[in-house]
Write a protein that binds this ligand. Structure first.
Ligand SMILES: N[C@@H](CCC(=O)N[C@@H](CS)C(=O)NCC(=O)O)C(=O)O
Length: 208
């Protein structure tokens, strides 16, 4: 079988989720640690985002599409169920996570906390406005994982792998740490999943 290549910097949450899926399934792959908007990426993703994927003649972009392909095309345990309801529940949580959780944690808290005009300092009003929205997301997620210990269904799915890096990133920031402290059920879910070799084995190298 042709070699599977995951394309994208290892510190991208979405790259990590796809890599976690490969690790959980036992699918071997090579990582091309290309940055967004560089030639290996723009050759595949029309908007230059990571992750992208190459497998023989197959080229894919968008983490959900890549995960769906890997889960179905390769042997090993399944992390996106085949049955209609099981698959729909995974897609439901992927969509919620990517539209709400990613937006409020990554785009409205993390990005403005890290990238800002040094002369002006971070946009504290923008960051403060994200906090109540993140709280809403954490409440939703805590209720969901409280039912079975997983977001979709009763076992680990790609929905869990998708949200995990975002929650771990959140806890690196003081506001996020405090918010997570108010959700012990969600914190326990994160602690349990971050102990998995698929998570520890895909840790990005320290940024130099
Ligand atoms: N919906 C995309 C989101 C991917 C995404 O946001 N990737 C980020 C890195 S984590 C990126 O490439 N950012 C550069 C940009 O958006 O221009 C997916 O699920 O793959």
């Amino acid at each position: 079988m042709a070699e599977l290549e995951i394309i994208g910097v290892p510190f991208s949450n979405y790259v990590r989720s796809v890599r976690m899926l490969c690790e959980e399934k036992g699918v071997s792959y090579t990582l091309d640690p290309a940055r967004p908007h560089t030639p290996d990426v723009t050759a595949i993703h029309p908007a230059g985002q990571v992750p992208c994927m190459r497998h023989g003649d197959v080229r894919l972009f968008e983490s959900q599409a890549i995960a769906t392909y890997i889960d179905k095309a390769f042997p090993g345990p399944r992390f996106i169920p085949d049955d209609a309801l099981g698959a729909a529940r995974v897609v439901q949580w992927l969509s919620y996570t990517n539209v709400k959780v990613d937006r409020w944690i990554m785009r409205e808290l993390v990005v403005p906390s890290v990238f800002f005009d040094k002369a002006k300092g971070p946009d504290t009003a923008r960051i403060a406005a994200a906090v109540p929205e993140i709280e809403k997301c954490l409440k939703v997620l805590e209720t969901a994982v409280g039912r079975t210990g997983h977001l979709a269904g009763t076992t680990l799915t790609f929905a869990d792998m998708n949200v995990l890096p975002m929650l771990v990133t959140l806890a690196l920031y003081p506001q996020g740490k405090e918010l997570m402290g108010g959700h012990p059920g969600l914190a326990a879910y994160v602690e349990k999943l971050t102990a998995r070799p698929s998570f520890t084995g895909t840790a990005p190298p320290p940024r130099g």
